[in-house]
Design a protein around this ligand. Structure first.
Ligand code: XMP
Length: 519
């Protein structure tokens, strides 16, 4: 399949470049910026993009590029650091700007270029750089500049190598998608061969070939990734070969376990193993207030329960059974298993290296059918496989569940209070059409009680914090800007119906400096 290869120098928007190229319908892959390009240059690679970077090319430890990229038989596009890297490598000079260019900037054309085909002179780009090209190597020309007269597009005389100072991949860049489309389709000649239908057909035959008549065990968390993996397995393989295991830790949301079971049955699952672990998890957490300790207890117990329960399933041929996981492309990159540099690993204990996973991996028995997909592609695939919009659009939920949303020690009573309050909050958001505009929303039960009145009686009720954030990947997040009236109504809905809660507050901290979860 025609591919655009992206070399990642550590920019926060590298993933976005990959996703945009796929949005255009062209398959993209990400490799580390300093990778040897020769072996990566399969015959399907039609072009290469060099990403941005938090580094400056003149830094001592600046990431380097394989010099072979300047000899490639396919076009190369440098973005920000990528462009500066080329200029520096080819004998030009990059220097620090006194006033960094940040935010929107108009682009003035000095000459026609195929990269800007279809765009009007003066279009608005998105800049984020503190360095600029000061001296261009003789073989390059400046084809467009910013309002400050700084190079915005530089083009090699043979027109196969080009560099942009701005970021076409970010949504604020007017015509950004057009630029990437010009590059991928017109300049590289890549064909639009990537869509979820092609993926599904390939994935089905690959799964059938790899698994044969063996069994597959998939651990379900209730989240989108594992649910779509289940749907894919059930589409590709006879239901009899597919074993799904779901462990209810007692730390799940209201009716979550029932809903998960319902969804999987609707998908045609015939071996559904629902494990009720609530008593064990709550007993292990008794009196534990420290968040990291809670996480560790839950993670360790999860591993034990998973091992015991899968052994107890008594599935004939379990030794030879494959273990499926809902790992995504971003997880592969983040965990260093795939390619590219990474930011910060936040992974659920469902797919980290538990002993069972590691043993199966060593035996070549782990299958990760979604590992080339981005989250939005997984959602599209889920829809194609018949999952409801509700299941597909579900907000992320942390592996340790409500335990990290009850500050201090976890009790069954507190879990129940939080579950009821959270269900009302989420219900209100859905009723108001806000749920899908929010990346993640949930309630947090604080350890303190505060005074209130109810029917002339003083009453000490729990304090509940509401959280709602806008984000694209959970790495950074903005506070969701509710209208005041919405918050007041949501607060009343909760305190009217959950009598243990006496006071509701709204968390107005963005990430950074706060995190999304409170613990
Ligand atoms: P933070 O709180 O780090 O959260 O800003 C970022 C995203 O990660 C989720 N999260 C977790 N997920 N196990 C998980 O599986 C965890 O221990 C964990 N802690 C945070 C959080 O819900 C948000 O989506």
């Amino acid at each position: 399949m025609d591919t655009i290869l992206i070399l990642d120098f550590g920019s926060q928007t590298t993933q976005l470049i990959g996703r945009r190229i796929r949005e255009i319908g062209v398959y993209s892959e990400i490799a580390p910026g300093d990778a040897k390009v020769g072996p990566l240059l399969k015959k399907e690679v039609r072009g290469v993009i060099l990403s941005g970077s938090p580094a400056s090319v003149y830094d001592k430890d600046a990431p380097l590029a394989d010099p072979y990229i300047y000899e490639l038989p396919v076009p190369v596009l440098g973005i920000c650091y990528g462009a500066q890297r080329m200029v520096q490598d080819r004998g030009g000079r990059v220097s620090s700007l006194e006033n960094r260019e940040y935010g929107r900037a108009r682009i003035r054309f000095l000459e026609q270029s195929s990269l800007f085909s279809g765009l009007a002179d003066g279009f608005t780009s998105w800049m984020s750089h503190g360095d600029s090209i000061e001296l261009l190597p003789g073989e390059f020309r400046t084809a467009a500049v910013t309002e400050n007269g700084l190079p915005a597009l530089v083009v090699h005389e043979q027109k196969r190598i080009m560099g942009l100072q701005f970021h076409p991949e970010v949504s604020h860049c007017e015509g950004g998608l057009q630029i990437l489309e010009n590059f991928a389709l017109k300049i590289c000649g890549a064909r639009r061969q990537w869509n979820m239908e092609t993926f599904l057909n390939r994935a089905r035959s690959e799964l059938q070939e790899r698994v044969g008549s063996n069994k597959v065990l998939l651990l379900i968390s209730g989240g989108v990734d594992s649910t779509v993996t289940a749907a894919l397995l059930l589409k590709a393989l006879p239901a009899d070969q597919v074993h799904l295991m779901y462990i209810d830790t007692g730390l799940m949301r209201l009716n979550e376990s029932e809903e998960v079971a319902e969804t999987l049955k609707d998908l045609g699952a015939s071996h559904l193993h629902l494990i009720d672990g609530a008593d064990r998890f709550l007993a292990a957490l008794k009196g534990v207030a420290d968040p990291e300790e809670k996480r560790k207890i839950i993670g360790d117990l999860f591993i034990r329960v998973q091992a015991e329960e899968s052994a107890a399933l008594g599935i004939e041929g379990l030794d030879r059974a494959f273990l499926a996981q809902g790992t995504l492309y971003t997880d592969m990159i983040e965990s260093g298993k795939g390619v590219g540099s990474r930011a910060k690993v936040i992974k659920s204990h469902h797919n980290v290296g538990t002993p069972l996973v590691e043993r199966k991996r060593a035996e070549g028995l782990v299958i990760e059918p979604l590992s080339s997909l981005y989250k939005d592609e997984v959602r599209n695939l889920g829809a194609m496989l018949g999952l409801s919009a509700e299941v597909i659009g579900r907000h992320p939920f942390p592996g340790p569940g409500l335990a990290v949303r009850i500050l201090g020690a976890v009790t069954r009573e507190k879990c129940d209070i939080l579950r009821r309050a959270d269900a009302i909050y989420i219900g209100e958001l859905k009723k108001r059409g806000l749920y899908n505009k929010i990346w993640q929303a949930f309630c947090v039960l604080l350890p303190s009680r505060s005074v209130g009145v109810s029917g002339d009686v003083r009453r000490y009720g729990y304090v509940l914090a509401l959280r709602a954030v806008a984000s694209t990947d959970g790495m950074t997040a903005d506070v969701f800007p509710f209208a005041g009236k919405e918050l007041l109504e949501i607060s009343s809905a909760i305190t009217n119906r959950v009598e243990e809660i006496g006071r509701v507050v709204y968390d107005i901290s963005s990430k950074p400096p706060a995190t999304i979860e409170w613990e």
